[in-house]
Write a protein of this length. Sequence first.
Length: 405
Amino acid sequence: MKKYFFALGNNFNLSLAELNALFPKNKWQRCGAIVLSDFSDDLDIKELMLLLGGTIKIGEIVADFSLANRHKLSDSVKEAIVSSARQDDVSGKFNFGFSFYNKNKLSGDFFKLGLAVKKDLKKLDISSRMVMSREPILSSVVVEQNKLLRNGIELCFMVDKTKVFLGKTLAVQDFKSLSKRDFGRPNRDDHSGMIPPKLAQIMINLARRDDKKYKKKVLIDPFCGSGTILMEAYLMGFEKIIGSDLSDKAVLNSQKNIEWIENLFNKNKSNINIFQADVLNLSKNLEENSLDYIVCEPYLGPQRGFKNFDEVVEELNVLYSGSLKVLFKLLKPGGRIVMVWPQFRAENKIWKINPNVDDFVFRPTLDIDEKEFTALSLDMSDLNGTIVYGREEQKVWREVIVLEK
């Protein structure tokens, strides 16, 4: 049995929902922006890190102490760093750094501890450098640029109500690749959707859950825009992917972006079919009960200029209701739709759409019981409901919806 930790992204609940979808039997323990859980089998950390959109770091807990015995932490820190320095095939200096996820709950002079570690390593003829940051938490960028996973170690300190946990980081989010997929693709059009790759990954994982055979299943984005969801599904190994859009330009953009990412990653080509179609007429292109997963961000309404939000909501209710009626027929029984519904925020008001979901059943985006919700100190407004994704300055927020047939 191993205990792993996951440092979650800005939207804690949505990031946890993704993890919980992939590991629904696990129980989660919270330490600030970190969750911990026990796993009976070793995880393929590098592979898992590539699949997760909402997790910043993954690591293994190497020691834990009661708060009363936290003075013993120093010995474990030294042991972990020295042991790693001896085992690693180090070229040049061995780098080490600390991240404190609950700095206010942990006393001690860790700079002094770091200097003591350097002395211990010097006695072993190992040259070392302590990586410092102005922030208590080393970012993925700092970890990567200082080669802490390849030529060193990052130790993370986490505190809950009764214990101190010491964790060794095993993987960090590939920020370079995510940025390139978002901003470096050849065709990027904010008029046909700008869903971030991280959110696309999260939504795909919410749809496929812990299905070990998901790569053989059929996934469609019927509002494919510039192809972000299709690209992420391709990178996650889906072998049959369908994309459609009312816009010819969007279809062309998606096709070019898929071709670009196939060449960039040099992966085996999936069966990717992208075509122009109005979602209301999709039954002309696809058979009933033929789709396993539907993941999409439909038209969210006008992004610029003056908006009469009451009129926008009325128009979108018509579009979404009609689309869901068609998609219900195409989805297999037990299949899921994970989609974005817009929320409009201005002048301290919130406008929400409320389309007819036909015979779909709403599923909670974060599917855990009330007792665990309380134990994790989560916002109870998200219990048995949806999760909203956005920044304070935005007028259009994203509400992540999960529907099941």
